[in-house]
Design a protein around this ligand. Structure first.
Ligand SMILES: Cc1cc2nc3c(=O)[nH]c(=O)nc-3n(C[C@H](O)[C@H](O)[C@H](O)COP(=O)(O)O)c2cc1C
Length: 154
């Protein structure tokens, strides 16, 4: 299927109905510049994403965007971190092979001399109960976003 990102670019992606479980006791960490371009990722990030480190560094973080994620979740993320605040949320990420994995992410702005110079995201294993709640919630949000796109004035 084709996915369209916020900046207008599109990509053909392979989406499989296959979950890769979050590994126990691991933190998945990445850092980006102020535009969301990956500048650092730890070995757990690399192995869960299915890409090589070389394929990831310099790419937009939306490389992991799953089509089941509503746009409003990422708008909330960016609105929060651009204000210099911390954001927490459940995210379904797309792997290179088309499978997916759920994370509980905390994204924080990196501030130097009162200026945001980038962002760090640290992800933990999410509870299954919360993931199940998010599956239902995000499906409803996505449906509403698709209806609004088809008929913005309805
Ligand atoms: C530090 C940081 C970490 C992020 N982590 C993810 C992530 O794990 N998965 C994801 O889909 N988007 C993540 N994003 C959000 C993406 O930048 C992007 O907004 C999102 O994938 C949706 O793409 P779009 O805004 O082009 O529609 C992260 C952003 C930042 C700043």
């Amino acid at each position: 299927m084709k996915i369209q990102y916020y900046d207008g670019s599109t990509k053909d992606i392979n989406v499989l109905d296959k979950e890769v479980p979050y590994p126990d006791g691991r933190l998945i960490v990445s850092r980006t510049d102020t535009k969301g371009i990956l500048t650092h990722c730890n070995p757990s990030f690399v192995s869960m994403s299915g890409y090589t480190k070389e394929e990831l560094i310099g790419q937009n973080h939306y490389i992991l965007r799953h089509p089941d994620m509503p746009a409003a979740t990422f708008k909330d993320l960016w609105d929060t971190i651009n204000k210099g605040q911390k954001w927490h949320g459940y995210v379904k990420n797309l792997r290179k092979d088309g499978a997916y994995y759920w994370v509980l992410a905390t994204v924080i702005p990196n501030v130097r001399n009162n200026e945001i110079i980038g962002y760090t995201s640290v992800r933990r294993k999410p509870s299954r109960k919360k993931v199940n709640e998010c599956i239902a919630l995000y499906a409803k949000m996505l449906e509403k976003e698709q209806e609004d796109k088809l008929c913005p004035t309805c």
